[in-house]
Ligand binder design. Structure first.
Ligand code: GYE
Length: 329
């Protein structure tokens, strides 16, 4: 009799656990989730200050106190990790999938699995490339092409009297929307200004370490560099380290004019110090935007399919400490 009771209790316990009533951890859903909106967030990685500010914004907004359970998976800049995370979210039966895609290509298969499971997919930051718009509910992020246009317009104005311009192009992660857009604007400008020449270009994957490595190499190869077009702040920090070590002059009044993107706190500090000449903002505070979309969907609304965030740009000769202090990232 005792034995039978033990067996019955075991069966009951296993059933409860497999039904999702087990103890809560960052993987299994539990009874604690009752009332909470469960969100699986596939994040790119932790490659830059921008990314850290973005993760912080998502965590702070989509918190338990605000009624959410955020399951964050850091893909460490590897698309395969993102596919696995999305399949894990589908398996868990989350309420929403939020995806910050590393690259634009390669999403049709896994997102059709999410659609088949009836889970809405909200895309943030970078975009995906697909012919099937029903694979995602909506997207919110930056207009990277426009960011690049702001940068090249500034270069055009600053160097209007220079017949030739030797440019080093430090690219972000290849195939990401941020790289594609920022690079496309530079390419278009090189096509239209006869004197502009890209003397070297390589991807630093948006990281400081790679930015430094590439710049060390570039400085050995070229005595004359007029412009460094660097697709994010962290690669610029790395390039600055390399230029300092090689004792090459740069920034305001220096030989190498530095363009950067993101305009994070640290990036703007370097802009204020004249190390970065022009820094184009990219806003990482997507947490509240994603929450607004979810609340709209929860109440039966239809969010706009594509929303571009408004962004500014900062010139080293006009930026002030007050401007930096007022900013949230
Ligand atoms: O510019 C870079 C980050 O996708 C906008 O990714 C984002 C970019 C950002 O690593 O710093």
């Amino acid at each position: 009799m005792k034995k039978l009771l033990v067996i019955l209790m075991c069966i009951l316990a296993t059933t409860l656990v497999s039904c999702g009533w087990g103890s809560s951890n960052d993987g299994a859903l539990s009874n604690n989730d009752e009332g909470l909106i469960v969100i699986g967030f596939s994040q790119v990685g932790a490659e830059s200050d921008w990314r850290l500010a973005n993760t912080k914004s998502m965590r702070e907004t989509l918190s338990e106190e605000n009624g959410y359970r955020l399951i964050l998976r850091d893909a460490q800049q590897k698309p395969e990790n993102q596919y696995a995370a999305i399949r894990e979210f589908i398996e868990m039966g989350v309420d929403y999938i939020v995806l910050a895609p590393i690259t634009e290509e390669g999403w049709d298969q896994v997102l059709s699995e999410a659609r088949a499971a009836g889970i809405p997919v909200i895309i943030v930051d970078r975009m995906i490339s697909t012919e099937d718009n029903s694979l995602y509910t909506c997207w919110v992020g930056s207009n990277f092409r426009k960011e690049g246009e702001a940068a090249v317009a500034w270069i055009g104005q600053t160097f209007w009297d220079r017949p030739t311009l030797k440019i080093v192009h430090l690219q972000g992660s290849m195939g990401s929307s941020a790289q594609i857009g920022r690079s496309a604007s530079l390419m278009a400008a090189v096509d239209s200004y006869p004197g502009w020449e890209i003397i070297y270009s390589a991807s630093g994957d948006f990281t400081q370490v790679k930015g430094k490595e590439i710049m060390e190499y570039v400085l050995k190869q070229f005595d004359q560099i007029d412009v460094l077009y660097c697709e994010n702040d962290n690669m610029a920090f790395g390039a600055i380290e390399a230029m300092d070590a090689a004792q090459r002059s740069y920034g305001v009044g220096g030989a190498i004019t530095v363009i950067s993107f993101d305009a994070t706190q640290a990036g703007l500090e370097d802009t204020l110090r004249g190390k970065i000449n022009y820094n184009v903002e990219c806003n990482p505070l997507h947490g509240p935007r994603v929450e607004a979309i979810i609340l709209q969907l929860e109440s039966g609304g239809v969010p706009d399919k594509l929303v571009y965030v408004e962004e500014a740009a900062f010139d080293a000769t006009t930026i002030t400490q007050e401007i930096i202090d007022q900013r949230a990232y």
